[in-house]
Design a protein around this ligand. Structure first.
Ligand SMILES: NC(=O)c1ccc[n+]([C@@H]2O[C@H](COP(=O)([O-])OP(=O)(O)OC[C@H]3O[C@@H](n4cnc5c(N)ncnc54)[C@H](OP(=O)(O)O)[C@@H]3O)[C@@H](O)[C@H]2O)c1
Length: 336
């Protein structure tokens, strides 16, 4: 049995769900592939940081208001944490910064510089530093992986990396933002726009300021991540032609229903001669489209390649648990 030391940088919904999954998979991992997991570091923004090469007592630590009490040494800042956590794999799950990707990019760089695999659900580092971080990982013989940044645990990046060698992506389209899809679903059931937004806040999928979802920013960031990685064309979220769902009224939704159609916030990108044309905007779709049946928090992506017919991936019921699985899949791939 091989001991693998892991550290959680960011320990909120996703970090905790990942820790649950490691606990659930403990025996399985020990049997095959023969890994013994030891958590040697946990860092938060406002609830302290802890490292211990002997392994942290996660059950006790998870109940603590300030986790520093569990640390075997005093830590000055996050970079001190990275230097001293002695992990083989670091999971970066701090909040996304859409504008610059920081400080997560610096966290990941520091981890890769020390030869650790860096795995993240944070979209910022992918859209702002994909090439730089991947090249750094290659030079240091480790991996930078980010499956959970788009469609949570559904295999999107690994699909192209592992299962579709030699396939060239020409275009993709889909529904990639759960909150807006849920808002439109609720509006079809009779809610007004504001009512539907409140519902999404109540169930914890929309933030207090939901504009990142409603105005299409989250969707643009996902399009940028997909184009950057899968088409190898660096694309910034600002370069995505963007329109959100703010102007869709209850009567628009009703009129669409009367015509047997539905509004969806559609994300798309197409390779063109000198780059990529990318767009997010509300579109009317009919029952002939696979997007039509994708309701609530579910999402879908369709890929057009030079070798297959249209290939689709649909994910239903996403959440921190499915995001955790994407990180776990990356962990297994990095340690193969
Ligand atoms: N929730 C999902 O299902 C989902 C899905 C896909 C992707 N993601 C991405 O996954 C990441 C984490 O999401 P989440 O829902 O777990 O967020 P969250 O619940 O807000 O947790 C964020 C964690 O990061 C810590 N943190 C904040 N700033 C930090 C800093 N500068 N240094 C170290 N730690 C810091 C926070 O500390 P405190 O506890 O002290 O505040 C908290 O532990 C985000 O980038 C998000 O976009 C989430």
């Amino acid at each position: 049995v091989q001991e693998i030391r892991i550290a959680y940088l960011g320990f909120g919904n996703v970090g905790r769900a990942l820790d649950d999954l490691f606990a659930q998979k403990r025996d399985e991992l020990r049997d095959n592939p023969g890994f013994e997991i030891k958590v040697t570091g946990v860092a938060t923004g406002g609830h302290g940081m802890a490292v211990d090469a002997k392994g942290l007592n996660m059950q006790a630590l998870r109940k603590a208001k300030d986790i520093s009490a569990y640390s075997s040494m005093h830590l000055i800042d996050v970079f001190d944490f990275i230097r001293n956590c002695q992990a083989n794999v670091i999971f970066e799950n701090t909040p996304v910064n859409y504008q610059t990707g920081q400080p997560a990019i610096s966290h990941i760089k520091a981890a890769l510089d020390r030869g650790m695999h860096a795995i993240t659900a944070n979209k910022g580092p992918v859209v702002h530093a994909y090439r730089e971080l991947s090249e750094l990982a290659d030079r240091n013989g480790c991996r930078f992986l980010f499956e959970s940044t788009v469609m949570d645990g559904a295999p999107i990046f690994s699909l192209f990396r592992e299962a579709l060698p030699g396939a060239n992506l020409k275009s993709f389209s889909g529904v990639l933002n759960s909150t807006t899809n849920m808002i439109l679903t609720r509006m079809e059931a009779g809610d007004g726009f504001e009512e539907a937004v409140s519902y999404c806040q109540e169930i914890g999928i929309a933030e207090t300021d939901p504009s990142g979802d409603i105005d299409g920013w989250d969707a643009s960031v996902k399009i940028a991540a997909l184009a950057t990685v899968l088409m190898d064309i660096p694309l910034k979220p600002i370069e995505v032609q963007r329109k959100g769902i703010r102007e869709i009224s209850k009567s628009d939704v009703k009129k669409a229903q009367q015509n047997g159609k539905r509004w969806k916030l559609v994300c798309s990108a197409r390779r063109v001669e000198n780059g990529v044309e990318a767009k997010v905007s509300p579109s009317l779709v009919g029952p002939e489209s696979p997007l039509f049946g994708v309701m609530g928090t579910s999402s879908i992506i369709q890929f057009e390649t030079d070798v297959l017919g249209v290939l689709s991936v649909i994910e239903s019921d996403p959440g921190p648990r499915t995001t955790a699985y994407g990180l776990y899949a990356d962990f297994l791939n990095a340690n193969r």
